[in-house]
Design a protein around this ligand. Structure first.
Ligand code: FO1
Length: 325
């Protein structure tokens, strides 16, 4: 059967962070036609390092969709070499943030194009096209938004830049509060507006990424939150908490530090009236009742994604659930 022409194909949006979000992104990308999916990436983790413009979540999504990601770590490139890092180490340079030789090419090219006046949207489109990624991948904004964490560290209270907290300090400091610097005045990437008002929009998915570190920076841009709320399509999140534990990274730890019980229900409460539907893991089926009572439809399935089949199966499940809402 040949695919439907573009104008009658329902379209979908995915809000995503890096490693966790990329799994569902790949499942959706393999299930839908390229023109049916727009991925909006968190750029709150972006930073300037060694003079280079680094966009970790955009790159994780791009490398995953291109089939070249390092599947063991979830970020960076497969079959990477590390000569530059070794040279930097010999010179006493900064090596806490590991940039592989080939990954460095991405950062060099992004930095060059941004300095030449191209927007992050344009640079991302160019890099994706060079890597044969047909899915539309957009940064949430072309202006900087920077996630910062108020923490208790070994040397007292401190406000840490995201990668300092996450990579250099291995997410060990206790988090007291999180700020999304620049979000309130950041315009969404220009290409986003039409995505949310598209009459063919069938669903907005929120990936099982860390709600506080990966999704909230996107929703902290006031017009993106408003557009998600007022879009004429159901909004469905996939829980990143399974059986009280995080699928990936420090989500459960941060929830505890912020005074929340790590549970699928607490994630649903956090997104609140933004959600029409919530997908929980089958092992959390007992939590469905209170979420449904809050007016959110719930569907339970296996949400842990080890294989490509798991990713495609969850994507198909999410698409099927969205069609019922
Ligand atoms: N994560 C690490 O834990 N250690 C690293 O050295 C590291 C380097 C790195 C380089 C490029 C890139 O695109 C991502 C990288 N990440 C690294 C992952 C990344 O910083 C985080 O996983 C995300 O920011 C969280 O979504």
């Amino acid at each position: 059967m040949s695919p439907l022409p573009h104008h009658v194909q329902p379209r979908h949006v995915l809000l995503a962070g890096g490693v966790g979000g990329a799994k569902l992104a790949l499942g959706l990308a393999r299930t839908l036609q390229p023109g049916q999916l727009t991925i909006i990436a968190n750029t709150g983790d972006d930073f300037s390092h060694l003079g280079l413009a680094i966009s970790p979540d955009l790159d994780t999504l791009m490398y995953t969709l291109a089939g070249v990601v390092n599947e063991e770590s979830g970020w960076g490139l497969r079959d990477e070499t590390w000569s530059c890092m070794a040279g930097l180490e010999a010179l006493g340079g900064e090596t806490w943030f590991r940039l592989g030789d080939r990954d460095l090419a991405t950062h060099l090219e992004r930095t060059r194009l941004l300095a030449a006046g191209h927007s992050l949207t344009e640079v991302t489109r160019h890099l994706c096209s060079q890597l044969d990624v047909a899915t539309r991948l957009l940064p949430m904004s072309d202006q900087p938004v920077r996630t910062r964490l108020d923490c208790d560290t070994a040397s007292g209270p401190a406000t840490l830049a995201f990668q300092d907290y996450f990579v250099r300090q291995r997410a060990e400091p206790r988090v007291k509060a999180i700020q999304y610097e620049g979000a309130s005045r950041a315009p969404p990437a220009a290409a986003l507006a039409a995505t949310f008002t598209d009459p063919g929009l069938a669903a907005i998915f929120i990936a099982p990424s860390n709600p506080w570190l990966s999704i909230d920076p996107i929703l902290a841009i006031p017009s993106i939150r408003a557009a998600v709320r007022s879009a004429g399509a159901p909004v469905i999140a996939v829980s990143p908490i399974v059986g009280g534990r995080a699928l990936k990274g420090p989500t459960a730890k941060i929830m505890t530090e912020l005074g929340l019980r790590p549970s699928a229900q607490a994630v649903a409460d956090h997104y609140g009236d933004l959600l029409d539907g919530f997908i929980i893991d089958q092992c959390d089926a007992a939590e469905a009742g209170p979420i449904i009572d809050a007016g959110i439809a719930v569907a339970a399935t296996q949400t842990v994604m080890h294989t490509l089949e798991d990713r495609q199966r969850l994507a198909a499940f999410a698409l099927g659930f969205a069609a019922t809402l």
